[in-house]
Design a protein around this ligand. Structure first.
Ligand code: NAP
Length: 325
């Protein structure tokens, strides 16, 4: 029997490539300057896509070109790079890689929050620039000791961040569209009301139309001049232009960003600002965690190949059986 054919639009980990090559025929679109001839030739036979954020978008146009497509296995818990709603209308299952990255991303969020509030990167730059012998680094205005953190998007990662903050003795509240049954943190159905009552926001929201620029001028003004905004979710959630304005005019105290609107482009205006800490989307970026995420992609595709239920289908495409052709 011929091996199932898989499309890989963008680069993936070596471990994923090695494992998939053992079982499937993998067509690597990213290796070609002109992708069209290969796509035209293999499109009718493609039954699965292996993909990840940062690669090409898996949109309606691509899905429509692949009549035999049954599964899109995404590397990453966020899957705003895949039109999952459209996939659902075609009986295609989309899978992601939740849980295996939760603790790593929560660790990163705490690091970013501490770095932002206590200015550790700026202090390190001060030392490396040889300025310490001329006097100590200035005392920081920010401290976690007098802060309340409002988590926006208290899901798997948000809860892991909240647990860490509790250990740090920092009060936590949150905003979601609906309250979480398994936590006792105060719930705010309205984001602006929460922003008025806290001084620190940590956003762990997914991307997509529903969250686009949700955190903008109104939120910054509600936080006020002590305000700190940390974004570890998706860059599109924060209105970057409004954030640059708020940081420049010191209408908030600082920001810590792991994600940006148009990655890997980061506005020069943000880079020039001293009151923000910027990371190149490294939330889950350790070998340990990325390998675990890669293994989840492999496991989802293996389950599909064996006719078993996928390990982690996304909400839009609950598993009710594999599409029959
Ligand atoms: P999750 O468990 O699905 O949590 C997302 C939370 O956001 C849910 O509690 C959801 O609650 C809330 N939410 C969704 N849409 C909302 C809206 N429009 N308004 C208010 N709240 C909303 O997902 P997760 O595993 O924690 O991951 C969260 C996101 O983190 C991912 O989607 C990904 O984009 C991002 N992420 C970033 C990195 C990184 O490297 N920086 C790594 C991993 C993940 P309700 O449904 O009740 O609203």
């Amino acid at each position: 029997m011929s091996r199932p054919e898989i499309l890989m639009p963008g680069r993936m980990l070596k471990s994923v490539n090695d494992a998939l090559d053992q079982r499937f025929t993998v067509h690597r679109l990213y290796e070609l300057a002109d992708r069209e001839p290969l796509l035209a030739e293999v499109a009718p036979r493609i039954r699965a896509i292996a993909c990840g954020g940062g690669g090409p978008i898996i949109d309606k146009a691509l899905i429509d070109r692949l009549p035999a497509l049954e599964i899109v296995a995404n590397f990453g818990v966020g899957y705003d790079n895949v039109d999952a709603k459209y996939a659902a209308t075609k009986g295609i299952i989309v899978t992601n890689t939740p849980d295996v990255l939760t603790e790593e991303v929560a660790d990163t969020a705490l690091g970013l929050l501490l770095n932002t509030v206590r200015e550790f990167p700026q202090a390190e730059r001060y030392l490396r620039a040889g300025k310490w012998p001329r006097g100590p680094y200035p005392l920081t205005t920010g401290t976690l000791r007098d802060r309340t953190v409002g988590i926006v998007g208290l899901g798997r990662i948000g809860k892991a961040i909240a647990r860490r903050l509790q250990a740090f003795d920092v009060p936590v509240v949150y905003h979601n569209r609906s309250p979480q049954p398994d936590v006792s943190y105060r719930y705010y159905p309205d984001l602006i009301t929460m922003a008025k009552e806290v001084d620190t926001i940590v956003s762990v929201l997914p991307g997509g139309a529903a969250t686009d620029k949700l955190i903008g001028r109104a939120v910054f003004d509600a936080l006020g001049p002590r305000g700190i905004v940390v974004n570890i979710g998706r860059g599109t959630v924060v209105d970057e232009a409004a954030l640059i304005e708020a940081l420049t005019e010191k209408r908030i105290l600082g920001a810590g960003l792991d994600v940006f609107e148009k990655e890997p482009q980061v506005p020069e205006a943000l880079i020039a600002l001293e009151n923000c800490v910027l990371l190149p989307h490294v939330g889950s970026a350790s070998l340990y965690t990325r390998d675990a995420m890669g293994q989840r992609v492999i496991d989802n595709l293996t389950a599909w190949d064996e006719g078993k239920p996928p390990l982690s289908p996304v909400g839009e495409t609950p598993f009710t059986g594999w599409k029959t052709k």
